[in-house]
Design a protein around this ligand. Sequence first.
Ligand code: ADP
Ligand code: MG
Ligand code: MG
Length: 879
Amino acid sequence: MSPNSKYVYFFGADQTEGKAEMRELLGGKGANLAEMASLGINVPPGFTITTEACNYYFKKDKTLPPSLWDEIIKNLKSLEKAMGKTFGGKKDPLLLSVRSGARVSMPGMMDTVLNLGLNEDTMKALAKKTSNNWFAHDCYRRFIAMFGNVVLGIDGEHFETILERKKEKRKVEFDTELLVDDLKGVIKDFKALVKKKVGHAFPEDPVEQLRMAIEAVFNSWNIPRAIHYRRLNHIPEDWGTAVNVQSMVFGNMGPTSATGVAFTRNPATGEKKFYGEYMINAQGEDVVAGIRTPQPIAKLKEDMPASYDELLEVYQTLENHYKDMQDIEFTIEDNRLYMLQTRAGKRTAAAAIRIAVDMVNEGLISKQEALLRVPAEQVDQIFHPMIDPKSKVKVLGKGLGASPGAATGKVVFSPDAAAELARKKERVILVRTETSPEDIHGMSVAQGILTAKGGMTSHAAVVARAMGKPCVSGLGELSVDTRKKKAWLNGTEIKELDAVTLDGADGRVMLGSVKLVQPRITGYFTQLMSWVDKVRNLSVRANADTPHDALVAREFGAQGIGLCRTEHMFFDEDRILLVRKMIVADKEKTREEALKKLLPIQRSDFTQIFKAMEGLPVTIRLLDPPLHEFLPADPKEIKALAKQMKVSPSALTKKIHSLKEANPMLGLRGCRLGLMFPEIYKMQVSAIIEAACKLVKKGTKVYPEIMIPLVGHVEELRQVRSQLDEVAQDIIKKAKVKLDYKVGTMIELPRAAITADEIAAEADFFSFGTNDLTQTTFGLSRDDSGMFLPEYIEMGVLDRDPFVSVDVSGVGEFVRIGAEKGRAANKKIHLGICGEHGGDPKSIEFFNSLKLDYVSCSPFRVPTALLAAAQAAIKDPKP
Ligand code: ADP
Ligand code: MG
Ligand code: MG
């Protein structure tokens, strides 16, 4: 970093230096303030200190760049000139807001200080200048509390308590009802509190205040909740935050002033309708903090018609300019409108889809842009459950439908309780008076969130929508006692662990758990998906083990089944007995008997799946059970099996013990089982081919693909395949039909990937089983990784869970080698992915870059995968 680099950029008053494209340097807020100023929108002037200054600050042991302060003072002078006011001035003091702003918005994560520059003298000057004593005192008490909290690190609750006590004493409900003398008392108490907490008086020198506030914003980049948020959202540590120093405008100057937030379209549904809230005679976060209940934006038309019209115009300008739905913050000072922020608005998946499609139809964006606008990761949100309209419900109350979807679960009153129960796999509903960023860890594990205070733009509402979980906010009749772990709602007492159900679409809160149903797919979704199909290269198949799953997958657009796990078919009560019999059988005859009974059952399984997937390929994986998953452990079950097999329970127990493996994941499974007990695979192949032949005879189009699991050496595949081909050919010949079937293998062991050229000679297709491949590449058992993998991520050893997003440089390298070698040896080989990664957008981007043929994922992830495949193709067009 050169010593003379520029660290400060001015905006507003026709001296704007930045623009929207400079978000990396100026942060999102700063870049957009500059952009709005350039568009001629009324923005209070100010200047932005760059993220580079922040990075310098942390690199150099928390010291500011030497040239920075001079630059700040120079810009401050320009600002004073533009405003005609003086910072710290005794006649017409300039007040500042000091605002953080990282590259991407981190809602509520960083802190802002308003009304900076006030002390006893400037406060008096402000009162005189505005002839508004109440207003000046209101600003001052706000400033001391915010500065005390953000800069001096005093818990905000202490300030709240002082204010609350004053209101109680004066028997008033709202801050605005306090009189000047009350505010004076509050200010005195605030100052005493500061002195007690930090050991020195509240800083009176405005320049000193400014320096401290700037450093505090830098420091807020590294407070625990900011770090937590970054981890959760994969935001690099070294992005840093910018600081915006801006002249204040005042929404708390009386009935002709207001402050508000709005979305240019409905962030829950996407409907093209201006949407927002405001509060008269208020400042800053009052609207989102739920101090008073805000007014819906439409009412501004009555209260301040001129400002309302102006606001509509601004919002049109912004939408047309950014070509996206905007989330805006504004303040009206004595009937004059100022814009304080604009950014792309967070939205639910349903809203994202509708907005993208509408904007194409409005001619604002192209279809490709529309596809990139919808986060693939979130598409499955639109399949969120709804309350079964037929179910009888007991509605306790109705708040705001802040984030759609229905949720049912047990009530908890603290984020810690939510986290603890969630760890025990309980479904919980987090109930709070209001939420704050400290609640994130509880919100992220809850099924749904319910708050008493706060509107549609409250913290709870915004965060819940971003997380895609149901939220009911602003339920005024709800009172919550966190300590007693109780809440009351319209006369009903709700205790911790009571079951409740929320409807985040219409705001209803119901007692007990209510039946939920899946919603239907909208026309917007269908339209978007029709564009998806035109651009993507990857096919998307589904992992489906039952005809039902196959049908669901097909409805979602799956182009076949990429993985049908046959072991899941055996978990039915009457079948498992047969399977157990087959496994523990000592005599060939016993095994054959069991297999004979299983054959027709399997045949009918396959018949139904082939029918559900008519015309599309169906990849069936032959049995691959880690044995321990099948063996009975419960003495009662052992007894039952012993009886069936006509052996003594003790003999059977012994046999089961002898089959026990130290590492079942690496034991006798997959094709090893097929080679040790050939009858099992022969039975399965018979069932597959018989089912297929029968259907072909009836004119049904079937494309069976037989997949051999856990091959590590070509010889394993060669031997299994030759046995199976024999069985299959025999059946086809007898049936006198023409049936094309394929035989391929999973690539899920490093050795298979490395020798893929040899294996490809024996295989019609490869399916990379990336779950097992991750396990075997890392040498990390999936069943045990829970003990330390989360810690690994916390500690930063791993960036993400490799079972969620493919580890590109390790596991991904095996996929790349396997694909390359496979193709080199067998030009016709078909390559796909099965395993969780097949539905993960980040992994899909990688698989697309390898030019694989398809990915396969769980049915509900199919739309996500389809969209992700399209996005990958748009971002990385084939040469
Ligand atoms: P966040 O990123 O948490 O939204 P902001 O920097 O946007 O923080 O500040 C929060 C709120 O403070 C704004 O929505 C606005 O109401 C108020 N605010 C910020 N800057 C100013 C200003 N210059 N004048 C008046 N109010 C301001
Ligand atoms: Mg905030
Ligand atoms: Mg803001």
